[in-house]
Write a protein that binds this ligand. Sequence first.
Ligand SMILES: Cc1cc2nc3c(=O)[nH]c(=O)nc-3n(C[C@H](O)[C@H](O)[C@H](O)COP(=O)(O)OP(=O)(O)OC[C@H]3O[C@@H](n4cnc5c(N)ncnc54)[C@H](O)[C@@H]3O)c2cc1C
Length: 435
Amino acid sequence: MMQLRNEYDVVVAGAGIAGISAAVKAGSLGASVLLIEHYPFLGGMSSAGMVSPFMKSVSGDKELVQGIYKDVEKGMRNMGGMIDNGFYSWAFRSIANHLLHENNVEVAYNTDVIAAEVENGRITFLSIATPHGISRLYAKQFIDTTGDAQLVALGNFPWLKGDEKTGKLQALTLFFRMGGIDVQKTAEYSKQHKEDFLPWMDFQYDFSRIISIAGYKGLIEKAKKEGRFPEDVDYVFFTTLPASGEGAFNTTNILGIDPSSSGALTEAEKIGHKQVAQIVDFLNRDVPGFEDAFLIDTAVQVGVRETRRAVAQYMMTGDDILKAAKFDDVVARGCYGVDIHGQKDEESRMDDLEEGAWYDIPLRSLRVKDAENLMVAGRCIGATREGHAALRIQPTASATGEACGATTALAVKLGVALDDVPYERVREELKYNIE
Ligand SMILES: Cc1cc2nc3c(=O)[nH]c(=O)nc-3n(C[C@H](O)[C@H](O)[C@H](O)COP(=O)(O)OP(=O)(O)OC[C@H]3O[C@@H](n4cnc5c(N)ncnc54)[C@H](O)[C@@H]3O)c2cc1C
């Protein structure tokens, strides 16, 4: 049985894909690492949120994210839990467990960070709550991958939340999975009713691969008039999963909620489950191909796209994303565009980069402003709301996590402050991530 020590080289808070990648990297470079997680399992949004597929990380012929992200992909494919970019949560948890174990990372489940003691811009210790009580945890370096920038907030470092002008936060979604779908039949229906589907669909289906379908607007309009479809949901969006006839539904649309408080999350769960029941009933009754389909499961928690994010030494902007900015201190790269799931009275946006284009992510966007020994990755990254809307996806979260793991482990190894870790050295350690 694992006994928690009270001191480590690097403590990573939050075991989503960003935290897992950070911990694995730091562990692989010889640092003693503790990964703390609120749930009794790994994965965050990739698991509890049931989010699949992995969004785009290839532009033209360039695979922009390699490293631990590729190890995760390869492991899931080998166990039959992933094809193309679609995967199961169980496969994610399994490979994450393996990688952490292989790299000597200790993991503390059922553990919440509840306070941070800071002296002169340096976190000295965290207070953690476990089923056994509250204790102190000391480390040389800390990485915040809680998704909600919890360490940043607890340490009274600067953070932002939502749109700079309106304060709006992206919509929430409770994912669900269905089985027994006649995918060919429903795809055929989409070809015959193209006007009812979203403009990005090309209707060229290869049923040996993951396919995405988004629409059924005409049928939804009718069901809404009859009062049996959620008013806030405009279309059904699903991507198929490795097993035949299964789909992951990114469809519920929970509006008007700031998911930073537990009361608001309770409300979101209530709305999400009500929407799932109505949508499944609609699919069974109205949509060709879903006559015999059934609900397999809902996600453990409502998916949260946006809460707090750190103020970093450099804030990535929407312009940086869309103009494919390049930086001297690049430590990760991405090509996903600005994707904002709009709120009430707010249009949704999806602004893509040109095929073949990519942007750099600078080390400074992972360095929390005024913090000596705290870095951020994944959803906590330092960016404007638009920048964040592009950088929040799983491949980028993994790449930024890995960069934090390398930087903190190097600081420990070289015995220097984060400011004195040369970004060239970080890139050397990420050699298969950055050319
Ligand atoms: C509905 C939805 C659809 C999406 N669709 C896609 C998609 O199709 N493709 C894609 O690539 N991305 C998608 N994303 C984005 C992506 O899933 C997330 O942004 C990404 O997984 C975030 O990873 P993360 O590691 O930064 O944070 P998270 O996965 O949120 O992990 C944070 C972890 O920290 C833990 N934690 C929080 N606070 C504490 C604390 N105080 N103490 C201890 N532990 C704590 C949490 O329990 C959690 O496990 C989607 C997101 C949502 C919500």
